[in-house]
Design a protein around this ligand. Structure first.
Ligand code: NIG
Ligand code: FE
Length: 353
């Protein structure tokens, strides 16, 4: 490629250069934390979807400025570990106005020195307390006024299809309404136990089905043959102490894998894609190359993007210089900051020195 005027030269000094990480599943817009809930899990308490209500209350109570500051702080933290593209969900507002505000916050995380943000509407995260007596009334709110208010800020509609959240029929209703509002689809599926989420994602041709901790062989085949990206979230499995998703079965069936952080205060309070990559190597049995590909090109596929997640003429110059000779070091040296520099859109936006 001929060098153009104004090109910035960066000497990587023989170190490993990878595409910027594409973190295709996060919940960055929230207030407060749930450290007590995490500590209780360490003494044997199981994770349940009900914990989401704690964060909904804190998020509703937060000021616009605090909500935006929190999301930007996490986006900046993600960039420092090498993330250059970030999907961000709503889902801790759960009223028309609070969901609209969460998506407006996500959409306003725009700065050259932060990852590029792609927002997702997750009004169907759980049924909020004020609607538990009549979940169908909440589904009607989500598919009508809430989507009308939120769709202009979002690219995808997501739903938490799980016991304790939304069953298959309610999930399908929300997703079809999302599609009618011009959104593409993604699904939180088969996280806490076996269930209909993966098959629903295949039936509706979602871009991605996420979590997939508990899959039957039929689920695996349905995802692979429908071309739904299988987005695995090993840091959520780590934080909840659950089983790990059957990554090798998905690969053997021909599915495209993505790895993402799931950053949220309940099940995965990390933005670190190097940590996620290390878990995927050790717990899923991925090779370092497979894990890196899932954390970059796989994330891009899950977001329908073809210009990030790989380094080639015509792709965006989003890249990471690792303080390491090879990607093996992402798993071999877990928990240490290996990111030496981050380039986004051809410009050096962060450096450790
Ligand atoms: O992806 N599964 C649903 N949503 C989040 C957890 C949300 C929470 O506990 O606050 C997840 O794990
Ligand atoms: Fe999630």
């Amino acid at each position: 490629v001929p060098e153009q005027a104004g090109t910035e030269r960066i000497d990587a000094g023989g170190r490993c250069v990878t595409p910027g990480f594409v973190d295709s599943h996060t919940h960055l817009v929230f207030a407060g934390h749930r450290a007590d809930e995490f500590a209780a899990r360490l003494t044997g308490q199981a994770y349940a979807a009900g914990g989401i209500a704690t964060t909904v209350a804190a998020t509703r109570a937060a000021s616009d400025a605090d909500l935006l500051a929190g999301a930007r702080r996490l986006a900046a933290e993600a960039l420092r570990s090498g993330t250059t593209t970030l999907e961000v969900k709503s889902g801790y507002g759960l009223t028309v106005e609070h969901e609209r505000r969460s998506l407006a916050v996500a959409a306003s995380i725009t700065a050259d020195h932060l990852p590029a943000v792609h927002p997702t509407f997750l009004g169907a995260h759980v049924v909020p307390a004020e609607h538990t007596a009549d979940p169908d009334a909440y589904v009607d709110l989500v598919r009508g006024p809430m989507l009308d208010a939120c769709a202009p800020f979002a690219q995808w509609c997501d739903v938490f299809c799980e016991d304790g959240a939304f069953d298959a029929d309610r999930s399908r209703t929300v997703l079809q309404a999302g599609r009618d509002h011009g959104l593409r689809l993604r699904v939180h599926a088969n996280q806490l136990g076996p269930g209909p989420g993966a098959q629903l994602a295949a039936e509706l041709g979602a871009d991605s089905a996420d979590h997939l901790t508990h899959l039957t062989d039929a689920d695996v085949d349905a995802l692979a043959s429908a071309g739904v990206v299988a987005t695995l979230l090993p840091a959520a499995e780590f934080s909840t102490g659950s089983a790990y998703a059957p990554a090798r079965r998905l690969l053997a069936a021909g599915a495209v894998l993505a790895l993402a952080s799931d950053c949220n205060p309940g099940t995965s309070y990390t933005t670190s894609m190097p940590f996620v990559t290390a878990l995927a190597c050790r717990e899923y049995g991925l090779t370092p190359d497979e894990a890196l590909q899932a954390a970059t090109l796989g994330g891009a596929a899950a977001l329908g993007l073809d210009d990030v997640g790989h380094l080639a003429p015509g792709a965006r110059a989003d890249l990471v210089v690792l303080d390491a000779p090879s990607p093996v070091f992402l798993a071999y040296r877990p928990g240490v900051p290996l990111t030496a520099a981050v380039v986004r859109g051809g410009r050096l936006v962060w450096s450790s020195s």
